[in-house]
Design a protein around this ligand. Structure first.
Ligand SMILES: Nc1ncnc2c1ncn2[C@@H]1O[C@H](COP(=O)(O)OP(=O)(O)OP(=O)(O)O)[C@@H](O)[C@H]1O
Ligand SMILES: [Mg+2]
Length: 332
């Protein structure tokens, strides 16, 4: 399997800027350091959509900046399409970066003028420029507003223009930093399907995106990594990460009554009453079988109306990792 994005043991420490008044009061005090990435290993395969998840400050943006040559790592290596990111000139044509910093656009220029300006920076051939810009504006749904000033755009429009800008030089790899952050639910959904169906499905682009939105990761990504405090804690397909360390099997049953003192091979996780039925969520005992539970229920005179398997979700996996982190921090 060909890997088009590779990070090996990437380490990055920032020195926190100190306010001037503090510098004056304590000129010799050492500046505080922030370890943003503490040895990150990551491989993204050609043609996949890969999600980078993690809480605030986990290091997602820093990693994307390193991969797009905006920041140099202190140590370790980042390689894009076979080129080390120290060779900026060779890496830049391969990547398109969609980041959430609107300041990188020219606010007094229109959307179209901005794209024209960036086309020059990305070496888009002059004779193709007009058609390319029009095509991208149409694809991101901005053709009608293309000649309005960037400053007058809504956050969602600015974000769509950022996607168009990243595609100007038709890069095979897209790095997206929280691409749906400022979008309303309908626009977020439409951007996700644009990424999945057109950019990835039709054009075959590899996408690495950072997101806080676990639902987005579940619906969009082939594989995900969970980054916490500069370290990757889980990596795999969404299903693998969801089921990581979860060996219990859970079911939601709808029964007309739950027998008091029920002794089936399971434990009850939650119970609720609704529409004349009891909805009971159970976890099977380690060696327990579902038919054992159902038989015990039927023998006790209950009628079973429905039984669904419940898969653990990413949110649960995420909370578990954060709990482990908190426990590790508390342990001396
Ligand atoms: N230029 C910088 N100078 C100092 N510290 C920085 C700088 N950039 C990032 N950091 C610190 O590095 C850590 C990782 O930041 P980063 O922005 O990569 O996190 P993130 O996962 O993208 O967070 P968020 O979800 O909030 O966007 C944070 O503690 C942040 O304060
Ligand atoms: Mg970030």
């Amino acid at each position: 399997m060909q890997h088009v994005v590779e990070a090996s043991q990437v380490v990055k420490t920032f020195v926190k800027k100190r306010p001037v008044n503090e510098l004056v009061r304590h000129p010799f005090r050492r500046a505080e350091r922030v370890r943003a990435l503490r040895g990150v290993d990551l491989r993204v395969r050609a043609g996949e959509i890969f999600g980078l998840l993690g809480p605030n400050g986990a290091g997602k943006t820093t990693l994307l900046k390193i991969l797009s040559c905006l920041v140099l790592p202190d140590s370790g290596r980042a390689v894009i399409g076979g080129e080390d990111t120290v060779h900026e000139g060779r890496v830049k044509p391969k990547i398109g970066l969609v980041h959430s910093d609107e300041r990188s656009f020219y606010w007094r220029l229109s959307g179209r003028e901005n794209l024209r300006f960036f086309s020059h920076l990305y070496d888009v051939p002059r004779r193709k420029m007009g058609a390319r810009i029009d095509e991208l504006l149409r694809r991101v749904g901005m053709l009608e507003d293309a000649d309005r000033r960037f400053a007058d755009y809504s956050s969602g429009m600015k974000q769509r223009l950022a996607v168009a800008r990243a595609l100007l030089h038709d890069p095979p790899i897209l790095l997206m930093d929280e691409p749906t952050r400022s979008l309303d639910p309908a626009s977020a959904m439409s951007l996700r399907s644009f990424v999945r169906e057109e950019l990835n499905g039709r054009d075959g682009k590899t996408v690495l995106l950072a997101t806080h939105n676990l639902h987005e990761a579940e619906t969009l990504c082939d594989r995900v990594a969970i980054l916490v405090r500069g370290k990757i804690r889980r990596i795999g397909t969404v299903d693998e990460v969801r089921r990581w360390d979860v060996d219990e099997r859970r079911f939601r049953l709808e029964v007309d009554r739950w027998p008091p003192g029920f002794r089936g091979p399971c434990r009850v996780l939650s119970e609720e009453e609704g529409e004349g039925l009891r909805r009971v969520t159970i976890a099977l005992d380690r060696d327990g079988r579902l038919d054992g539970v159902l038989r015990a229920l039927l023998d006790s005179g209950s009628a079973v109306h429905a039984c669904d398997r419940i898969e653990p979700d990413l949110e649960e996996a995420f909370s578990r990792i954060l709990e482990e982190e908190t426990e590790a921090e508390a342990t001396p």
